[in-house]
Design a binder for this molecule. Sequence first.
Ligand code: 13P
Ligand code: SF4
Length: 318
Amino acid sequence: MFATAKPIQTQLPQDLFAAINDLKKELNAVILAHYYQEPDIQDIADYIGDSLGLSQQAADTDAEVIVFAGVHFMAETAKILNPNKLVLLPDLEAGCSLADSCPPQEFQAFKDAHPDHIVISYINCTAEIKAMSDIICTSSNAVKLVNQVPADQGIIFAPDRNLGRYVAEQTGRDLVLWQGSCIVHETFSEQKMVELQVTNPDAEIIAHPECEPNVLRHANFIGSTTALLKYCQQSDRNQFIVATEPGIIHQMKKAAPDKEFIPAPAMNNCACNECPYMRLNTLEKLYLAMKNKTPEITMAEDIRVAALKPIRRMLEMS
Ligand code: 13P
Ligand code: SF4
């Protein structure tokens, strides 16, 4: 006789918040959420953070189940660090244009063309690319990590060309850049942003280093999502034009309720500054993922083991 698969539940409870909290206890689960998630998900999460903070939490947690409210490469990192834990992602389609812009076969050819270079990869890449890298970095530690590499050692930086260019400028290093980019951070209009600053002369522009150089050159402060959040809490200014995914504004408003946060405008009059992948996760899908214990992140063990090494190096060097 074949065992019949457990039916997948699709019914939603009336009080999703209460039901998710119950499931958290029942499963001994932790919910980790990125700042780009919708406000309800941020509000129910046990930890909200940037990519570095989230991977540190994933490395340290003693929960049995990790519910990752973020995109695929983030949940994959949690699985690489926790092979024996169940890692759930509310929507498996929550990918990343930046990770997709670096296919492993082409990247291998790029590496082969620079045989004496080491590879530092931004965490926004697939497990296969991590497995081909020497060190992983995030937007909050990239400069610090590159500065720790001996000056005569050539470095390939992948996959984000904008972060790579920014790190090269900050460190004075000649990095060989893979030409990947993020659809969200490429969408901001320099002209509209400058016009916005003219009508709001007291506002400071704060930007994520994944933005294009023509946007970054106007920024009063550049940093990871956590750094941007801390900056506007500590700044004596009361108005900020925020050039990153606007999901973070939820935490900014909570941290500094008397300050004003204006999302940097996109080139077309669209909502393309919202990450379409991050926004695939919803509170409903998060509940169903916990209830059904699926969709689960899995990967080949050889890739996981190879990808773990450069992640561990990052955690040690951070
Ligand atoms: P951080 O979480 O490092 O700020 O990066 C933002 C991002 O684009 C994540 O996909
Ligand atoms: Fe990827 Fe950009 Fe979305 Fe971040 S914001 S997950 S880099 S597509």
